[in-house]
Design a protein around this ligand. Structure first.
Ligand SMILES: Cc1ncc(COP(=O)(O)O)c(C=O)c1O
Length: 391
């Protein structure tokens, strides 16, 4: 649907997205390619619209976690190169080839299955993953990796377009471990170049690596969190790279009332209102990604003022105390007013990081949790250019 009826939505600023890309790009070697990581529904920002924006903006690649995510993009008409960063089963390589999806290769059974592929119009593009110290996916060991690359290159059905690795501690101030990973990776890269093997995209860095150690990125960076305007951690360079959050989460008060003394609020009456307390109801809850674990902790912005969420957060709704606004507004004036759960209002701001801290997680997890029930409005040049409602 390209419209929505519930008064809860996320604003996605494509202007901020482009700004963030440029902020990172200015520190990179000229000509470095950019892969936009759009896995997990583009970190909750809405995969189809973010992929379209990346395509319009001329980015080089999209990265997804598994084949299903890549096929969804193809079915939406996204034709730019897509790399599946995670595992693709040997029996699904042919499907990937048919849809011109690039596959990450690191297992012997993948290589065996690839040898059985018939060369179609285009060979199956692959990027070979090397484990240099993340311990997650990839061929382990320099000699083993080089041997794997050589055998993959020997197959007529494959186009070995890339080799990559993933840093595990690029977002930490101490770069010793990243240096070690880079050195292991660089040894492979050196050998490949010396042999004159034509493998054009050798890549290593995520957002943190792109920002803090741009000399260790290779031919392409894989940008996720920074593109969405969030710092990968508190320890990365923030002086010169100014990111703007892309996503704001908003709703409207759908009920305002004055309740009697000791009136229980929400399930379990974990909060009892004080005498004549003003209470408002917001149509957003844990099924939207506004975690129940935020009960007793969350604050929201109304009329530029921070007010507390009170009582248990329900599946579709939660309540706020309007006490702080009593002095300046009537209850009627507050009815239907816009409330910001994440983002700016007036001079106040509630960041993704603040909310993530409240429940002991990180910005990455929180944005991914924003469910498909929340309509997304996409803003470019200050105007809403698309609405996506995949309820
Ligand atoms: C292999 C790989 N590359 C790049 C990224 C993007 O990371 P970030 O969001 O920190 O930029 C991810 C995401 O976790 C990943 O798994």
């Amino acid at each position: 649907m390209s419209t929505y009826y519930r008064p809860t939505w996320a604003d996605i600023s494509l202007d901020a997205l482009y700004h963030n890309i440029e902020q990172v790009r200015k520190g990179l070697k000229p000509g470095t390619k950019i892969l936009a990581s759009v896995k997990a529904n583009a970190y909750g920002h809405g995969v189809v619209e973010i992929a379209r924006a990346a395509q319009r903006y001329g980015l080089d690649y999209l990265g997804v976690a598994f084949l299903d995510e890549a096929l969804q993009l193809r079915s939406e008409g996204i034709m730019m190169p897509i790399l599946v960063l995670g595992f693709v089963a040997p029996e699904h390589l042919e499907l990937a080839q048919q849809h011109r999806v690039t596959v990450t290769l690191y297992r012997e059974d993948q290589l065996a299955a690839a040898s059985g592929l018939t060369a179609q119009d285009e060979r199956l593009k692959v990027h070979i993953k090397v484990d240099t110290g993340m311990g997650r996916l990839g061929v382990l060991g320099t000699a083993e990796a080089l041997d794997f690359i050589q055998r993959a290159r020997a197959l007529d059905s494959l186009d070995v377009e890339g080799i990559f690795t993933h840093y595990s501690k690029a977002d930490e101030a101490d770069k010793a471990y990243t240096a070690l990973q880079y050195e292991r990776f660089h040894e492979i890269e050196r050998y490949v170049r010396q042999q004159g093997w034509d493998i054009p995209i050798i890549h290593a860095a995520n957002s943190a690596g792109s920002m803090d150690t741009p000399q260790w990125t290779g031919d392409m960076v894989r940008l996720g969190i920074a593109m969405y305007g969030m710092y990968p951690s508190d320890e990365v360079e923030k002086q010169h790279i100014k990111l703007e959050p892309v996503l704001s989460l908003k709703t409207r008060l759908v009920h305002t009332k004055q309740v009697p003394d000791d009136w229980g609020i929400s399930y379990g009456a974990r909060y009892y209102a004080k005498q004549n307390e003003w209470i408002g109801t917001l149509p957003i809850g844990y099924a939207d990604g506004f975690s129940r674990m935020l009960t007793g902790k969350a604050q929201v912005l109304l009329k530029g003022t921070r007010i507390p969420v009170v009582g248990a957060i329900c599946m579709d709704q939660c309540m706020v105390s309007l006490e702080k606004l009593k002095q300046h507004y009537t209850l009627e004036e507050l009815h239907d007013q816009e409330v910001v759960l994440i983002g700016k209002q007036g001079s106040e701001c509630i960041s993704m990081e603040e909310v993530a801290d409240q429940i002991g997680t990180i910005n990455y997890e929180l944005t991914c949790a924003l469910s498909s029930r929340v309509p997304r409005r996409y803003i470019e040049n200050g105007k809403v250019i698309a609405i996506s409602n995949r309820v």
